[in-house]
Design a protein around this ligand. Structure first.
Ligand code: NAP
Length: 332
């Protein structure tokens, strides 16, 4: 096939030195059981920013097009599993890692990765959620599966103004949970209250260490985007049979804990891996996001940015400065 398209490309110009720019690429042949998707929208996640500046732990080979999310239209499907013109979502798996991702106008992906767009969702709304929203949905699913109910107690969400945090607060509030939001942005309290948080704490409170192995019980569930010292500390305040979803590392990769919260309160730590969720659960959660979990003001939480302006948004998310979600528009 001889079709040109535009994509953001990160290149390694010297060992471990990277640059990025918009380039013209050319599509090759579409393998058996793969589809060609014309990408209408993508979205910006923290992981995309890491590969956009070069990160061999996530994307081994360069030149590389980041973007772990895409929503768009089937142009070619050799297996007949999808029809030309079908609207679809692709998130996670290997997209934007060792497979060129959604920051290009076309992606070529295995049919198994493709989720049909639920009827109550637009392609734009799907990327308002993106991997961040899908990950938030997995966390909510895990809390429910572990018997954490609105009447069980408060849910703490750390990294609250970020992509996952924003959507998690939106879904939990919609489901009548009482959410406490932890943020480093003192000027965004109003934003978090409008999302549905009943209480807001400054993230520095969760960074203060205590020598005690346990503290008074405050949270019935936690969605933690942050890791590091914050995670070490908040584990001490999880109540009886509480549950912590561990999904992010913006402040650190390692944490410490004693065994006491596990032995005396029976708490659970649940690891969240959004990239490799099985197809049935993936399809079900996207349907929930389009129906009973759909956030009423979803599109108000997002900014639409053309591909050519993505560079500055990447720099901002790397500094922890983004609020809500950035949706990327691939075509003018
Ligand atoms: N496990 C999975 O499957 C999965 C899926 C998606 C994302 N993730 C991970 O989840 C995390 C959040 O992703 P995201 O896309 O929501 O990122 P994001 O939009 O950049 O949000 C991260 C938020 O964390 C807070 N933060 C930033 N730097 C911090 C620091 N040094 N210490 C404490 N808090 C800090 C900020 O919120 P405040 O200013 O409000 O505190 C920031 O907005 C990332 O680590 C990402 O890699 C994992």
């Amino acid at each position: 096939m001889n079709k040109n398209y535009l994509a953001l490309v990160t290149e390694e110009y010297e060992p471990n030195k990277f640059s990025r720019s918009i380039k013209t690429k050319t599509l090759g042949e579409i393998p058996e059981n793969y589809s060609l998707v014309k990408v209408e929208y993508s979205s910006l996640n923290y992981k995309d920013a890491l590969t956009a500046r070069g990160h061999k732990g996530i994307a081994r080979n360069y030149p590389h097009t980041p973007g772990i999310d895409a929503s768009g239209i089937i142009e070619i499907c050799n297996s007949g599993k999808f029809k030309v013109g079908d609207e679809v979502i692709v998130t996670g798996h290997d997209l934007g890692m060792n497979t060129n991702g959604g920051f290009g106008q076309y992606i070529v992906v295995p049919d198994d990765w493709i989720v049909p767009l639920p009827s109550n969702l637009t392609l734009y709304e799907a990327m308002c959620y993106g991997t961040a929203g899908f990950t938030a949905a997995i966390c909510v699913y895990e809390l429910i599966r572990n018997n954490i109910k609105p009447e069980t107690g408060k849910i703490l969400v750390t990294g609250a103004t970020g992509g996952v945090g924003t959507i998690a607060i939106g879904i939990l509030s919609k489901l009548n949970y009482e959410v406490v939001a932890s943020t480093g942005k003192s000027d965004e309290y109003e934003y978090l209250k409008n999302l549905g948080a009943i209480e807001i704490i400054n993230r520095s409170e969760l960074e203060e260490s205590s020598k005690k192995p346990m503290l008074s019980a405050k949270w019935s569930g936690v969605i933690d985007n942050v890791g590091g010292k914050t995670l070490s500390n908040l584990i001490k305040s999880v109540g009886m049979h509480g549950c912590v979803c561990v999904l992010g590392n913006v402040s650190g990769d390692y944490f410490e804990t004693s065994v006491y919260p596990f032995l005396l309160r029976g708490i659970s730590l649940i690891g969240i891996d959004s990239a490799s969720k099985d197809k049935n659960l993936r399809d079900d959660l996207w349907i929930k996001l389009s129906k009973e979990w759909k956030i009423d003001n979803l599109v108000d939480l997002c900014r639409l940015v053309p591909l050519k302006n993505l560079d500055e948004e990447i720099n901002l998310i790397l500094k922890g400065g983004q609020k809500g979600r950035v949706v990327v528009k691939l075509w003018d």
